[in-house]
Design a protein around this ligand. Structure first.
Ligand SMILES: [Ca+2]
Length: 205
């Protein structure tokens, strides 16, 4: 029987295709794979589509109530670069957050969210609850939250189980609450920054 040794058989081609598919599947399920877009905040933000990067939501107040709502060098964790930064421009209530929605996850699987820098501007306001800086993960009806302070960058972590929606939403909040006795010499609101940098969402090993 004559055999052409130079051409792979259809069976061999099928095996190769299957092997490549398995490799791709393993890559998608790999515990270490980063699932967030722009996790180091070095690409421009905010963006309009929360599945494409970090979008911005004003929960209390609007653009006119914020001196900073975007990317700054001040928010960077270290060594140059950028981070995400929220800071109000007045003494009144102000609440905004960055959000990103990660899709096509595995329902029922557990995911770990870790941020290397989540820092508030002034510890006294964290202590008296005038300033809340926190990170949340939401999936279906489940949520988990961890709060930061002005004493340490972190890191901070939380875990969440992915719902049947196969989506996890990540939110990074600055919520300035009641504040009194401000003066031009002591603009308390200016100390109410929230800084975020180097975040990661991965499948929990
Ligand atoms: Ca950065």
């Amino acid at each position: 029987m004559k055999t052409n040794l130079l051409l792979p058989s259809p069976k061999l081609l099928l095996c190769r295709a299957l092997f490549a598919s398995v490799l791709l599947l393993l890559r998608d399920l790999a515990p270490g794979q980063e699932l967030l877009k722009n996790p180091d905040f070095e690409s421009p933000l905010p963006v309009s589509d929360p599945t494409a990067g970090w979008a911005l939501v004003y929960a209390d107040g609007g653009p006119g109530d914020f001196a900073i709502a975007g990317q700054t060098t001040e928010a960077s964790r270290c060594c140059g670069g950028r981070g995400a930064h929220l800071r109000p421009n007045n003494w009144n209530f102000a609440h905004a957050y960055f959000r990103q929605v990660v899709t096509n996850l595995t329902a029922g699987a557990r995911y770990t969210l870790t941020i290397q820098k989540m820092r508030a501007g002034f510890q006294n306001y964290v202590d008296n609850d005038s300033l809340r800086v926190y990170m949340a993960a939401l999936s279906g009806s489940a949520s988990n939250v961890v709060a930061g302070n002005a004493l340490s960058n972190g890191p901070y972590s939380l875990t969440i189980t992915c719902a049947a929606t196969r989506q996890i939403e990540v939110r990074l909040h600055m919520w300035k609450r009641s504040m009194s006795n401000e003066s031009s010499e002591d603009m308390k609101h200016a100390k109410c920054s929230a800084w975020f940098d180097d975040i990661s969402l991965t499948l929990t090993p």
